[in-house]
Write a protein that binds this ligand. Structure first.
Ligand code: PGA
Length: 238
């Protein structure tokens, strides 16, 4: 795992956006994996700015997202479908976009469809990941065993608590989701793991104590050949 420490959140997002630019230059038909949550917002802002200015062209590239709450309507303001449209897909033209469906009637069929769609696209070239304070990636929560493929996931109390900031008190917060599995994520050729803010310093430290903590899903990334961990000074504990 390559570690890059940037001065602040904005610089971290620009570093990540530069990696997207380079990938697109190398391969205009790239397949990208995107993440949701608070952390990637600055990257989407930067990618939108560059695409609108004409310095990046995603029109030949495909996009897949890590996960989606389940069940949730696409029109729900907290669905990841809504988030991606609001923050990227309504402003930047992609050849195709795909997100696990929170409206699927048959979860198993939807999970299989999703993995097959990623495979049919040629596989993900560059996957963006955030990290939960409990070490989750996507919605792969700390557990005794992990799903290799896209699957139905139950969120832990930590994650429900961390994400409650996005839901108003009148809204029912989902406690389950469909997420790429560890194997789906691992199949990406290159991965960016972005962690910013002091709240992530503790879990980031765990990635660097020379142990494979099996209760920290992000630790599996230590075994992947091409992961860039981008941090700001706070998350790096610097
Ligand atoms: P955050 O979430 O970016 O909102 O901190 C990260 C994650 O849960 O993966």
């Amino acid at each position: 795992m390559k570690k890059v420490v940037c001065d602040n959140y904005e610089a971290a997002c620009i570093f990540a956006a530069d990696m997207f630019s380079k990938q697109l230059e190398r391969k205009p038909k790239s397949v990208f994996g995107f993440a949701t949550g608070g952390t990637p917002l600055g990257i989407y802002k930067e990618l939108t700015k560059r695409a609108v200015a004409g310095s990046m062209d995603f029109s030949q590239s495909c996009a897949f997202n890590l996960d989606e709450y389940y069940p949730i309507s696409r029109t729900h303001p907290q669905s990841f479908y809504h988030y991606m449209n609001k923050n990227l897909f309504s402003k930047v033209k992609f050849h195709s976009t795909d997100i696990p469906s929170g409206e699927a009637t048959d979860i198993d069929t939807e999970c299989k469809r999703y993995d097959a769609a990623i495979k049919a696209s040629g596989g993900i070239d560059l996957q963006l990941l955030g990290i939960g304070t409990n070490g989750h990636i996507g919605f792969n929560e700390p557990s005794a065993s992990y799903s290799l493929h896209t699957n139905f996931m139950r969120l832990t109390a930590d994650t429900i608590n961390a994400n409650s900031r996005f839901f108003s008190s009148e809204e029912t917060q989902p406690t389950e989701a469909i997420s790429m599995g560890i194997g789906t994520i691992f199949a990406a050729r290159s991965i960016i793991l972005l962690a910013t803010g002091a709240g992530k310093a503790q879990i980031v430290r765990k990635l660097f104590d020379a142990k494979l903590h099996t209760d920290v899903p992000a630790c599996f990334l230590l075994l992947h050949p091409d992961v860039t961990l981008i941090l700001d000074k706070e998350a790096a504990g610097a």
